[in-house]
Design a protein around this ligand. Structure first.
Ligand code: DP6
Length: 332
């Protein structure tokens, strides 16, 4: 199935017999141009490239070590998960890529630094941190590009969480996926800001994985999406390079709304946005008509993320006092 990744791990693994304790951190990320639709579900190969911004110290801290109990254990935010828990099963199935059929019980401990109040669950940072920690635990000598290819198998968006800052995930062309990985963009924008406007903090009823597969299979609006998203990536990268919010913001917002349009046209329809999300958007659009340069993007959930420059931060927080503010380049 995942032959390119399996071969890479097997090569790096040659001679590695014991497990040491290893810890890693990976930031969460928000796509400015979205990954939506796969051409290969087993390898998580996307139909289009995507561009993201990582969320600095909002992410996942993960520790991997041999389990003293003789069986696997997955701890999440201080709780030992039931073996049947969906996250535990996904994390252990992913660890099997490294164990390659050997009996090596693991203890995986993950702590999210993302405030629960932000309502931002993150498989992206979770699988990126798990990839780094597993590579460390098995003593594998892999570079970040290799780690991005592996993290992609856990969750597509995790391929971008290997780096801080702006990251492009190239869709790639190869059947085995070796050319489908993240690439850090050498573009800093110190004044770039993100605000998370939490609408609903609960878990989403329909995973992004199921949502995108259902959309690809049934939505008559999906076919034009991959080419449009590819074009959006190029415009968005150019706007980032020019630090041009007036060019970036409208394209980011249009890209997100186009993604949501594809799923609303699915049969049966799928809509992650709730009344609360639309209220946030309407307030934003009203404020924009009055001159505020802030723009929205939404993922597979109701919460709204805003992008803007530092000079607009006070106005954004006045409009949405409960929003969480993130400065992705601070201290970097
Ligand atoms: C809407 O990476 O969660 O957030 O590859 O199936 O694990 P899988 O999907 P996932 O999808 C993320 C979808 C998105 C857009 C994005 O982050 O690019």
């Amino acid at each position: 199935m995942t032959d390119a990744v399996r071969d890479m791990i097997a090569r790096a693994m040659a001679g590695a017999t014991d497990i040491r304790a290893a810890e890693a951190y990976a930031p969460s990320n928000i796509a400015l141009s979205k990954y939506w639709g796969k051409r290969d579900a087993a390898r998580n190969l996307p139909l289009n490239s995507s561009v993201s911004i990582s969320l600095a110290n909002w992410g996942s801290h993960t520790r991997v070590e041999g389990s003293g109990t003789g069986h696997d254990e997955v701890h999440h935010n201080g709780t030992l998960l039931d073996p049947g828990d969906a996250f535990a099963r996904r994390a252990l199935a992913f660890a099997d890529l490294f164990r390659g059929g050997r009996h090596l019980p693991l203890r995986i401990t993950t702590q999210n630094s993302i405030p629960t109040a932000a309502g931002l669950a993150s498989s992206a940072s979770g699988f990126a941190a798990l990839t780094r920690a597993l590579a460390g635990a098995f003593g594998l000598d892999l570079d970040d590009t290799d780690l991005s290819r592996i993290a992609r198998i856990g969750s597509g968006s995790a391929a971008r969480s290997i780096w801080h800052g702006f990251v492009r995930w190239n869709r790639g062309e190869a059947e085995d996926g070796h050319d489908s990985h993240g690439v850090p963009l050498d573009l800093r924008w110190p004044g770039f800001r993100i605000a998370i406007v939490a609408v609903d903090k609960g878990p989403k009823p329909f995973s992004s994985r199921d949502g995108m597969n259902h959309t690809v299979e049934t939505s008559p609006l999906f076919p034009p999406w991959p080419a449009q998203a590819e074009a959006d990536c190029r415009v968005i990268e150019d706007a980032i390079a020019a630090r041009d919010m007036a060019a970036l913001g409208p394209r980011v917002e249009a890209n997100a709304l186009a993604m949501h349009a594809t799923m609303m046209a699915a049969r049966p329809p799928l809509c992650y946005l709730t009344g609360g999300s639309w209220q946030v958007l309407e307030r934003l659009w009203q404020a924009r008509a009055d001159g505020l340069a802030a723009f929205a993007t939404m993922d597979a959930g109701p919460n709204v993320k805003l992008i803007f420059e530092e000079s607009s931060a006070a106005d954004v927080l006045y409009l949405f006092p409960d929003a969480s503010l993130i400065a992705p380049f601070e201290g970097r």
